[in-house]
Design a protein around this ligand. Structure first.
Ligand code: ADP
Ligand code: K
Length: 447
């Protein structure tokens, strides 16, 4: 099902024309209304009367997180406050939260791209959706909510957390869809199993997961644990919120469509800011094409991914690969760059481990060290008759030492770094409490 077939299947040439017209308009609009952009464009020698559109996009420089901070709270707004229908904040995962605003038209478009995304995820009018994204200043809850209503779903606005109630509602209301962060969907899958609730006591078919990086390791756990097909939804407050990009339920694993008619994406080199070749990894940069309250030109998201026009696609829009992590989450260990999602990826190929892990970087003397903690599976705990797992139990069981060695070797082979592997018992690592979960700790500045 296509929510907006004419847009979703628009021939690329026509899409480019539409983007070009919208971009020129957006540039003229911010030049007139937002002093930040006027000063910036004056300094860069860009003027709306001569700006040629997409061909000159890179002339516009970048907008960065610091620009939001410097203009806190409303300095980047392009409309007078009475025309702002709603305010949201980014969740502030990295530093001070940024404020974003929407006109009534922005909110309509927000709902439209979310509705489009949910349809791509396999949701159909008439289905029930349990929305376990946090409601409030975070764009996730309300963003999904209005898009779901627009598509014609019955929304259950439970918000994040409260696992007992979540599981109860899944059984009582029989929703076909759950929306959550991937780390919270893991918790729901795990708890369902732990409490012995059989899969046929619930009716889920689809899980729409986003707001943090995740890999196929989690997809597999959630899909089996909840009996769903799990797809990726991506977005960020500065640009809109969830619904900037969405993975197709029938094209899982091949990337997520970016809704290019509203959000123009680029990938640039994280050090030079220069555009990279199609398919190469780099920093994702977005330009809004239709925003009224807070248009943002060339926003440096800090998210690392790649863009490509995939062979297998039912829509014309570009796809982005999974977010590998944020540029500022990337650990540089003894000169080697790596993201925690690479560790997550490796877990999938290993037996007897759970999909829970944590990465801690520290410094001993002048040496960087990384410790990866991973939980062994519940099943293996049972087989070895262990309640908890300690260093001694690892020494006592040869199979645990083998597992530890195999994991360390896979890390070394795949990432190119030696890391200390610590095995933990099932349930010993922190779980999501309903929102985003941090899986990396960098303690090197403490040394
Ligand atoms: P914050 O940056 O404070 O977390 P937001 O709530 O706006 O604020 O979150 C947007 C960010 O969340 C993105 O820039 C990205 O880093 C992350 N994110 C959102 N969706 C996904 C996704 N599907 N996969 C990976 N990361 C995601
Ligand atoms: K953000």
């Amino acid at each position: 099902m296509l929510f907006q077939p004419d847009i979703e299947r628009m021939p690329l040439a026509q899409l480019r024309e539409l983007q070009n017209t919208r971009l020129k308009h957006q540039v003229a609009y911010v030049y007139e209304r937002v002093p930040f952009y006027k000063h910036k464009f004056d300094a860069l020698g860009v003027h709306p009367s001569t700006f040629r559109g997409l061909a000159e996009l890179t002339k516009l420089g970048f907008t960065k997180k610091a620009d939001f901070r410097d203009n806190y709270p409303f300095g980047l707004f392009a409309v007078p406050q009475p025309e702002v229908a709603r305010l949201h904040c980014s969740s502030g995962t990295t530093g001070k939260a940024t404020v974003v605003g929407y006109t009534a038209q922005d909110l309509d478009i927000f709902a439209e791209v979310v509705a489009r995304s949910l349809a791509v995820a396999g949701c159909r009018p008439g289905m029930k959706m349990q929305n376990a994204y946090g409601y409030g200043l975070f764009t996730g809850g309300l963003g999904i909510h209005y898009g779901a209503e627009k598509l014609g779903l019955t929304v259950i606005p439970v918000s994040g957390g409260g696992t007992d109630r979540q599981l109860q509602l899944l059984q009582d209301f029989q929703p076909e869809i759950i929306c959550a962060t991937p780390s919270y969907a893991q918790v729901l899958a795990e708890e369902l199993h732990r409490r012995g609730i059989p899969l046929d006591a619930i009716n889920l078919q689809h899980a729409v997961l986003g707001a943090e990086p995740w890999t196929d390791t989690i997809r597999q756990q959630v899909e089996t644990g909840l009996g769903v097909r799990a797809t990726n939804i991506y977005g960020l407050s500065e640009i809109m919120g969830p619904g900037v990009a969405q993975e197709d339920v029938n094209e899982r694993g091949t990337g997520s469509y970016i809704w290019e008619d509203h959000f123009y994406p680029e990938i640039v080199d994280k050090d030079t800011g220069e555009p990279v070749a199609e398919g190469e990894l780099g920093v994702l940069v977005f330009t809004t094409l239709t925003k009224q309250a807070m248009p943002i030109l060339r926003y440096w998201t800090n998210d690392i991914t790649n863009l490509y026009y995939s062979e297998s696609r039912s829509r014309t829009h570009v796809k982005m690969g999974p977010i590998r992590g944020r540029a500022d989450d990337m650990l540089i260990i003894r000169g080697v760059n790596f993201f925690h999602t690479q560790v997550e990826d490796i877990l999938q190929g290993l037996d007897n481990v759970s999909p829970y892990y944590q990465v801690v970087a520290s410094r001993r003397g002048s040496m960087d060290e990384v410790e990866v903690s991973v939980e062994i599976s519940e099943e293996l705990m049972r087989r070895l008759e262990l309640d908890t797992l300690t260093e001694t139990s690892v020494q006592q069981h040869e199979c645990l030492r083998t597992l530890q060695g195999a994991f360390a070797k896979k890390i070394k082979d795949n990432i190119g770094l030696s890391m200390n592997v610590r095995l933990l018992g099932f349930g010993q690592l922190p779980r999501s409490e309903g929102g985003k979960l941090s899986r990396v700790q960098d303690l090197r500045h403490l040394a």
